[in-house]
Design a protein around this ligand. Structure first.
Ligand SMILES: Nc1ncnc2c1ncn2[C@@H]1O[C@H](COP(=O)(O)OP(=O)(O)OP(=O)(O)O)[C@@H](O)[C@H]1O
Ligand SMILES: [Mg+2]
Length: 289
């Protein structure tokens, strides 16, 4: 499917992104982890929509499903397995049974490949294979080395699980940048504090380069509460862009249609808002006016 060339059109009005004066766009190649241990925050939706926006801008994008509980990303983007070959997943990478490249499959969408997961990824949590915390970072480094220094993907996006377990720590350890979706109306102050602590502790111990690039306020509306939440997010993550993504039932329908919202409902508010966020987070991308 190559429908990306249709430019996404959406309402002229778009919510404003809050940008700190120190904010710098990232440059490809870049590894992002979409993280929040709260369930239903919008991690999978944000992963798919940012992937679709960057693929539409011509980037080579890979998404990695790091959520064994739902594997919603794998169900949404349906990996195209070659017939008659063993099917690998992220679990195979943690247990040294496959390289990241061997566990990567095309999707139906041009420019988006996927590393799928299933429930067996949970084995990582209780069997704790040697070096698990570093496994993803090592797999990405090995891949870049084999490709002669030129990363095979411009963007890698890891869809985190609703937990701060070993796989999430491995994902944070491998990433350049964390993107934090927070659902407006689903705020959990204690949860936000423990996410903050986990990110800081990864920065101190396993990945000093990690930065928080953006907070995505999902299912955003024009309420006073949403405005307060935006202010709180920019206080908690002063280095990050705060990007509102408007609420739309289209976002909930798209996974059933097995299409990104961008294709399923190109005129919907979230499609436009994710496009705007994608253009803010990564440089060199044309954002539609
Ligand atoms: N902008 C939006 N407007 C309306 N509904 C949304 C929006 N973004 C996400 N949703 C819906 O909220 C629900 C949770 O979203 P999503 O699955 O992306 O969250 P998640 O953080 O990945 O959840 P989990 O922790 O279970 O993996 C889904 O039903 C999704 O369709
Ligand atoms: Mg999810």
């Amino acid at each position: 499917m190559t429908a990306w060339d249709e430019s996404t059109s959406y309402q002229a009005w778009r919510p404003q992104i809050l940008l700190p004066s120190t904010f710098r766009k990232a440059a490809a190649p870049r590894v992002f982890v979409v993280v929040n241990q709260k369930g239903g925050a919008g991690k999978t939706t944000s992963t798919v929509e940012l992937a679709a926006a960057w693929a539409a801008a011509g980037y080579r994008v890979r998404v990695i499903d790091a959520d064994h509980q739902e594997a919603a990303l794998s169900a949404w983007l349906v990996p195209q397995y070659p017939a008659g070959e063993p099917q690998h997943s992220l679990r195979s990478v943690f247990f040294d049974e496959a390289t990241l490249a061997e566990a990567t499959y095309p999707t139906r969408f041009k420019g988006i490949d996927v590393v799928p997961s299933g429930v067996d990824l949970s084995r990582v949590e209780y069997e704790r294979p040697i070096g698990a915390e570093q496994a993803l970072a090592a797999a990405l480094a090995q891949e870049a080395e084999e490709a002669g220094g030129r990363a095979p993907y411009d963007v890698t996006l890891i869809d985190g699980a609703p937990s701060l377990g070993l796989v999430t720590v491995a994902a944070l350890t491998s990433a350049d940048e964390a993107l934090v979706p927070i659902k407006v109306g689903g705020l959990d102050m204690k949860g936000m504090a423990s996410l903050h602590r986990t990110i800081r502790s990864v920065q101190r111990k396993t990945n000093p380069k990690l930065r928080v690039g953006a907070v995505l306020l999902t299912a955003w509306d024009k309420s006073g509460f949403a405005r307060q939440l935006a202010t709180k997010a920019s206080e908690d993550y002063p280095e990050a862009a705060v990007c509102p993504i408007r609420r739309s039932v289209r976002a909930a329908e798209a996974p059933l249609a097995e299409e990104p919202v961008r294709l399923y409902a190109p005129d919907s508010a979230p499609a436009g808002d994710y496009d705007q966020a994608a253009g803010t987070i990564l440089s060199g991308q044309e954002t539609a006016a």
